[in-house]
Design a protein. Sequence first.
Length: 153
Amino acid sequence: MKLSSKGRYGVRALFDIAFHNDGRPTQIREISERESIPPRFLEQIFQDLKRAGLVGSKRGPRGGYHLARPPAEIRLGDIVRALEGPVAIAGSDERPVGDDHALDARDVTDSVFRDLSARIEGCFDEVTIADLCQRGETLGLRRRSRERQAYVI
């Protein structure tokens, strides 16, 4: 299994919202600048995350994307499945169980690959966005809050 840029960027983007803005609305431009992720790609990622119910959006000058649930309730597995589909080891040749065919080596290896995929998925599900925020603090990452300027006319 290899996590694509889409999956890695999605995790980084949700971490960014949780860590730097406490889950509050954050504009794509801000995330793009902090995380060095192309803004157009982020727009596509956020559409998938919104469909999965992981983020919401708010329009307007103080708008942007926000976490739809608390960071402790958003697992990396949720993000990966929303962006990448089911967690599976690449190249597994799955046939329906109970098919009317003689048992062969492919059935044995597919069984092992299914078990490994489930274990990998379990590892993703053990880590939450809140865990990433805690790791960021432990490693000494500085929080950068939004610096909104008020314009007076």
